[in-house]
Design a protein around this ligand. Structure first.
Ligand code: ZN
Length: 353
């Protein structure tokens, strides 16, 4: 057997969510629309991240953490509606970051970071982010991209990549990656579900795309000699980040009034945001109406960003999103509603009482 092609880069081994299963009555079209955004955060969310301070193996000096902090700033600098905040307490964090140098680099995908697991980490960096500063920054941007819900671009089914599969498995089994067949399959060979792809074009310059040495790609023919993405966020990465998470100007959200239903004129995947200023401290109830699937979240707004109070997702089931929470007079709240699917256009509404 010929020697394996030597791969010089270490690759991210993302941890993908389990494929969602739907009840028998859910149509294929409804399932497709729900899948399109099911791993994406509600826009306007403040994603809180935290670095492990123990065990020692999971910690890193500030020089490493600063690369990750800067990568979060780069995503935010695109003008997206998400916010990021570093927190000092693990209990406040959505994203828990470690630097175990023996465990490769990886992240969970999108809101799947909130699923409780035995492993307390949601993101790991398995090599120095400062050894090759450009590659280190791209690694941090890439892992955060997964946390925002973006998959691997080289697994885009529209890429039309035909792999030299034996060469890919052999190259990845060798150092520096030393991957199992299953890890290689799930991170390279397997095509992602078309429903969850951003648009219908392939972007070989995406920060979510690995570089590949010569001999691994059979088609397109032009990449037989290897493929090296340009590095950093590509034009299309920027476009899709803003498409899923457009900028929000917080001062201009329409207010919700008690006992007045508001029609939601949304396309599937679109989101509406409302402000609510309670006049008295008591329990309030929020509900969507209509034959539709929505994700609804309530946040309290303050100088440190949006603090998550409650969220409900009724996608794929026959009920409506509902939140009951005690709110305080004088504070500011934001209700976010994303339409996943509507049985008929324009027949979804939201109300508070
Ligand atoms: Zn990855």
């Amino acid at each position: 057997m010929a020697d394996a092609i030597r791969i010089s880069h270490r690759y991210c081994a993302a941890r993908f969510p389990k494929a969602r299963k739907f009840a028998a009555g859910v149509t294929a079209d409804r399932a497709r629309l729900i899948r399109q955004t099911s791993d994406k955060w509600l826009n306007g969310t403040t994603i809180r991240y935290w670095f492990f301070d123990k065990p020692r193996k999971w910690t890193a000096p500030n020089s490493q953490k600063n690369v990750v902090r800067e990568a979060f700033r780069k995503w935010k600098a695109l003008g997206i509606g998400l916010d990021f905040a570093e927190v000092k307490n693990r209990t406040e964090a959505d994203v828990r970051i470690a630097f175990d140098q023996d465990d490769g680099s990886w992240s969970y995908i999108g809101t799947d970071v909130r699923t409780r697991r035995r492993d307390r980490r949601t993101m790991n960096f398995g090599w120095s982010l400062t050894g090759d500063p450009k590659e280190g920054m791209d690694t941090a941007i890439h892992e955060i991209g997964h946390t925002l819900g973006f998959p691997h671009e080289h697994q885009n089914p529209f890429a039309g990549i035909v792999w030299n599969e034996p060469a890919v498995y052999a190259a990845l089994a060798a150092p520096p990656n030393k991957w199992s067949k299953s890890t290689t399959y799930h991170n390279i060979i397997e095509k992602i579900v078309p429903d969850t792809v951003q648009g219908s074009h392939w972007d070989p310059d995406s920060v979510m795309h690995y570089p590949f040495e010569a001999g691994l790609i059979k088609k397109p023919v032009k990449y037989r000699g290897g493929l090296t993405p340009a590095g950093d966020l590509s034009a299309r990465d920027r476009l899709w980040a803003l498409k899923f998470y457009p900028g929000i100007s917080a001062g201009t959200l329409p207010p919700l009034a008690l006992l007045q239903s508001v029609a939601l004129a949304l396309q599937p995947g679109q989101q509406a945001n409302f402000s609510f200023h309670p006049a008295e401290t008591r329990e309030y109830e929020f509900r969507t109406f209509g034959a539709s699937d929505t994700v609804m979240a309530l946040d309290e707004m303050s100088a440190s960003g949006a603090r998550h109070i409650a969220e409900d997702d009724d996608s794929g089931v026959d009920r409506n999103a509902y939140i009951k929470a005690k709110l305080r007079a004088g504070r500011k709240y934001v209700l976010r509603v994303r339409l996943q699917y509507a049985h008929a256009a324009g027949q979804t509404a939201v109300m508070i009482w």
